[in-house]
Design a protein around this ligand. Structure first.
Ligand SMILES: Cc1cc2nc3c(=O)[nH]c(=O)nc-3n(C[C@H](O)[C@H](O)[C@H](O)COP(=O)(O)OP(=O)(O)OC[C@H]3O[C@@H](n4cnc5c(N)ncnc54)[C@H](O)[C@@H]3O)c2cc1C
Length: 436
């Protein structure tokens, strides 16, 4: 079958890879000059299967109210005259209960496990090198109250079969001795040894190259303007060459929409209304001055809700979220405050370890759904497939989402207990595994 994948982020490129494995003819279209130039470019680098809780929980509405006025708050809501933002926010509030939280966690853990297993096999088969570190994720707390909440969260995750350990401050330092200078301020931590980290951009770009070697065609520098519907099917993607402004129509048997946050606006005119809204986040990448004193284990600093990951001789500090539309600029006062806060926090935790004079700042739009569960599956249009809305976990879930969608497109049932879009409700996992 001839399949066109729209979008060459981690999700689109993974989908292309697994479609090739299933024997399809694949073309990938992206407006940028290479793969992973938008949200998959400089994220927190964590493969966090076991740290996958969605933002929506019973405590979230109160926290959000408290954070409304703080420019450096972890999650900032900027109300706009945008009905899609309000629709998203209301749906988000409907997920802020213990029951919805547990239901969503179960789905996210299932997809995460499948994805990590897929990533491991893919890396073993291709040998892609992307600064991978398999040393777990350490979540550390600076106040007793937050630590108690973290320990309760660990208990909940253990009920879902996740190995999340509760650590005393001393044990935190055993896992990551580089935190020693901050030791006196540690209240404790939790640790998931099976999680990992690595550079999503490097991985995605290398995977794209391997897709090309296997026969995929990448049409970079082409923006998708619209999808044309004829009868009950998509008949063509209308694209424009961003350099020459030349327009083209691309035809295929099936189309995959993997355009991150931009999937929702592109599909709206077709009556496919996905509840995906961008949540802007920032990262700072710093060169290490004293690499031997820098952390190796990927971390989450709970007090600031930021991720810290080692990428070779650099460190990436990433986090915070703003629900404020599609802007990715770095030059407004809020952006400047947030970027500066990432660097100053790193220096507070690891004094003198990184060069602070030439930080590389970046902002990206998490394609967020109210549940943090992505749309993977068939849309209401028979040959239009969805792989979008991966929110805070697109790197973690990328490989598995690509593999699962490629299997669905090929008429197979992926072996995981997950509610795929437009598919019958999942059966028990054992039954699923037996049927593949
Ligand atoms: C600050 C931050 C930290 C994060 N940290 C982590 C983390 O530690 N772990 C984790 O798992 N996830 C993390 N994420 C989330 C993760 O980065 C995203 O979920 C993931 O990158 C989404 O991938 P994607 O392929 O769906 O989207 P993208 O990478 O954005 O890919 C979509 C592609 O579509 C293309 N496109 C869009 N519109 C058009 C158009 N009209 N025509 C042609 N092409 C188009 C874009 O150029 C882009 O290449 C983080 C995100 C942010 C912002």
């Amino acid at each position: 079958m001839k399949v066109i994948v729209l979008g060459a982020g981690i999700v689109g490129v993974s989908t292309a890879w697994y479609l090739l494995e299933q024997g399809h003819e694949v073309t990938v279209v992206d407006r940028q000059s290479d793969a992973a130039m938008e949200t998959s470019f400089a994220n927190g680098a964590q493969i966090s299967v076991s740290f996958c809780e969605p933002w929506a929980n019973a405590q979230a509405p109160l926290k959000l109210l408290k954070w409304l006025t703080r420019a450096d708050s972890p999650l900032l809501f900027r109300p706009r005259l945008d009905p899609w933002q309000w629709r998203w926010s209301l749906a988000f509030l409907s997920q802020c209960s213990d029951a919805a939280f547990e239901r969503n966690v179960q789905q996210l853990v299932a997809l995460g496990r499948y994805s990590q297993e897929s990533l491991k096999s893919l890396v073993a088969a291709t040998g892609i090198d992307y600064h991978r570190i398999e040393r777990g994720i350490l979540h550390f707390f600076s106040s007793e109250r937050d630590f108690e909440a973290g320990a309760a969260g660990a208990e909940l995750m253990r009920r879902h079969g996740v190995d999340r350990r509760v650590l005393s401050p001393g044990q935190v330092l055993e896992v990551e001795p580089a935190l020693a200078a901050y030791g006196p301020q540690l209240a404790g931590g939790t640790y998931t040894p099976s999680d990992e980290s690595g550079d999503a951009r490097v991985f995605t770009q290398q995977l794209a190259q391997r897709c090309t070697l296997r026969g995929a065609r990448f049409l970079f520098g082409h923006a998708v303007q619209a999808l044309e519907r004829t009868g009950g099917e998509i008949s063509a993607a209308h694209v424009i060459d961003t350099a020459t402004q030349q327009r083209r129509e691309l035809r295929a048997d099936a189309f995959v929409a993997a355009l991150g946050s931009f999937t929702a606006p592109l599909l709206r005119p077709l009556g496919v209304n996905l509840n995906i809204y961008p949540a802007k986040g920032y990262s700072a990448t710093l060169k290490l001055k004293v690499p031997e004193r820098a952390s190796v284990v990927s971390m989450i600093d709970d007090s600031r809700k930021i991720a810290i990951s080692r990428l070779g001789d650099q460190v990436r500090i990433a986090g915070t979220a703003e629900l404020a539309g599609y802007d990715t600029s770095l030059d407004g006062p809020t952006a400047r405050t947030r970027c500066a806060a990432l660097v100053s926090r790193y220096e507070e935790l690891f004094p003198g370890v990184a060069h602070l004079d030439e930080p590389s700042f970046w902002a990206g739009l998490r394609p967020s759904t109210p549940t943090n569960i992505p749309y993977i599956g068939r849309s209401r249009i028979a040959n239009l497939w969805l792989n979008a809305g991966h929110g805070t976990l697109g790197w973690t879930h990328g490989a598995g989402s690509g593999r699962a969608l490629a299997e669905l497109i090929s008429g197979k049932r992926p072996a995981l207990d997950f509610r795929f879009h437009g598919q019958p409700a999942p059966r028990a996992l054992g039954e699923l595994a037996a049927s593949v």
